[in-house]
Design a protein around this ligand. Structure first.
Ligand code: NAD
Length: 343
């Protein structure tokens, strides 16, 4: 293992960007050199806490000797900053979703390849031990052949109305499907083929926030179909900010995760039992690895060689599923992923 340390920077240090900054500042293999934000006070506050420089000028990072950059701007603004950093020859870790337009996501992958730099996307749940165990269970055949799945991930209305200033430029599809659609593609090891979705804009629109209240999208993967549900209008009385539930139904069993009971449930005719377990690490929202895994993995592969654990192509596939969801709602028809991803 190399003794060298990587110089790192973060673009956009809001809630999650600050986590990336922490990930670099408190890692023995990286030094956080500078943080960037359009909000100068915010950048300075994070820089003061972590002992690095602050800037509002992206060129300060492009022209520096920083090697690794995280981009954690709002969803719809990942593309511009990422392209500028790749153009400057930096290795980049982009927060999920990689981009909100598939062609732009593909453009990022192309530019990274042209520049010979590494590009990864923080699909952070892949570092969560609970989700890893679901994947292991599905991949090892404990539910048999997966036939269908269901996943609901929603937020209370506090998220679009209070937490995020840019909710009207995004929506629960970019904020939450980016996690859940990636998880199922990863659990199943299958590529998405088509998406059919319905969605409604009523409650948030009436508050002046132009985004979906709720969406249901059926994604047909190669062999398995999964119904994804998301909403941004859960009542604030809900006992957590997030509601999360999923099931994977196979021909020999059923695996489920229940975010409120905080555990997962396996009924398997192969294992021959029904069980409910509450692994202590289930609370993914409190698990730093969910936020720190991808940036630190990028540091490791920049220093040691090799490819990031999460390939940018995973981010392209996720962007395509969500863009297909939006197109399906707009056009009232199933949308083929091949309409969006270049062959
Ligand atoms: N992995 C997760 O669990 C998780 C959770 C929440 C958010 N996110 C993702 O993280 C990203 C940021 O979300 P957030 O909740 O931190 O939002 P936020 O609003 O808290 O932070 C965004 C920051 O970016 C800054 N900014 C805006 N435009 C910019 C630009 N062009 N250049 C530089 N800075 C700019 C803002 O001033 C703000 O400080 C989003 O893509 C979001 O989907 C991921």
């Amino acid at each position: 293992m190399s003794e060298k340390r990587a110089k790192a920077a973060v673009v956009g240090v809001g809630l999650i960007g600050e986590q990336h900054a922490d990930a670099y500042a408190n890692y023995h293999r990286s030094d956080l050199v500078v943080v960037h934000d359009l909000n100068a006070e915010r950048a300075q506050a994070v820089a003061d806490r972590l002992g690095c420089k602050a800037t509002t000028n992206l060129a300060d990072i492009a022209n520096s000797d920083v090697e690794v950059v995280s981009v954690a701007t709002p969803d719809h603004l990942h593309y511009e900053a990422t392209m500028a950093m790749l153009e400057a020859g930096k290795h980049v870790c982009v927060e999920k979703p990689l981009a909100t337009i598939t062609k732009e996501a593909e453009g990022m992958v192309r530019l990274a390849a042209e520049k010979g730099v590494k590009l990864t996307v923080n699909l952070g749940n892949r570092w969560n031990d609970g989700f890893k165990s679901i994947r292991d269970s599905v991949q090892s055949g404990e539910v048999g052949d997966p036939v269908f799945g269901y996943c609901r991930c929603s937020d209370t209305i506090w998220v679009p109305t209070t937490m995020l200033s840019w909710a009207g430029k995004s929506g629960p599809q970019w904020f939450l499907f980016a996690h859940t659609m990636d998880l199922f593609r990863w659990f199943l090891g299958q590529e998405p083929k088509s998406v059919y979705a319905v969605g409604t804009k009523r409650v948030l629109a009436a508050k002046g926030i132009d985004c979906f209240d709720a969406i249901q999208a059926v994604v047909q993967f190669e062999k398995t179909f999964v119904t994804f549900e998301t909403s941004w209008i859960l009542p604030e009385a809900w006992p957590a900010i997030v509601e999360f539930e999923l099931t994977v139904n196979g021909d020999k069993g059923r695996l489920g995760f229940d975010g409120i009971r905080g555990g997962f449930e396996l009924s398997s005719d192969i294992v021959g039992k029904h069980m409910f377990a509450r692994p202590s690490l289930w609370n993914y929202f409190k698990l730093p690895d969910s936020w720190w895994g991808a940036p630190r993995n990028l540091v490791d592969v920049v220093l040691d060689g090799g490819d990031p654990t999460i390939d940018a192509a995973d981010g392209v596939a996720v962007t395509a599923m969500i863009e297909a969801t939006e197109r399906s709602i707009a056009e009232g028809r199933p949308v083929q992923i091949s309409e969006l991803i270049s062959a």
